[in-house]
Ligand binder design. Structure first.
Ligand code: DQA
Length: 145
């Protein structure tokens, strides 16, 4: 059985391709999820993709990942900077966690410089555009190998 990776995208990432394309690029979330599924297959992994605009839903999805997912790749959007509850949920997950940000949050407003999730993350990928999700899967394969 290939290892399953839960890929979580948080608030406003459903608008990828339409939202501030100079910052977040032209690819849609469906494009990103399709590319991730293809890369995962090359790596001998599968991805289970979810997006939610709601903090509690993301927490429920992290809890669900405890039953069967080998790792989590997460772009929690703005909740990255505010949510201790998402950090707590990730701390209850045993496998590798990789945090992704499409933009270079450190080159943006100060409010984006702190991440609660980084305290738990095994790797953090920022500023690589949507390619960062693919890098996260590559790293996940290494960590799980
Ligand atoms: C983001 C960066 C966050 O600061 C922002 O709130 C997002 C997207 C990124 O992928 O660059 O929604 O996580």
């Amino acid at each position: 059985m290939p290892s399953q990776i839960t890929l979580l995208n948080g608030p406003n990432l459903n608008l990828l391709g339409q939202r501030q394309p100079r910052i977040y690029g032209a690819e849609t979330l469906a494009d990103v999820e399709g590319a991730c599924a293809a890369r995962a297959a090359e790596l001998g992994l599968t991805v289970d993709c979810h997006q939610s605009n709601h903090e509690g839903d993301l927490i429920d999805l992290i809890h669900a990942a405890r039953n069967g997912a080998a790792g989590i790749v997460i772009n929690a959007g703005a909740y990255t900077h505010t949510s201790v509850a998402i950090l707590d949920a990730l701390n209850a997950f045993d496998g590798p966690v990789i945090e992704v940000h499409i933009s270079n949050v450190h080159a943006r407003e100060a409010l984006r410089h702190h991440s609660h999730i980084s305290a738990r993350a095994d790797a953090v990928i920022v500023g690589c555009g949507t390619q960062g999700y693919l890098f996260a899967l590559d790293r996940m394969a290494t960590l799980l190998g």
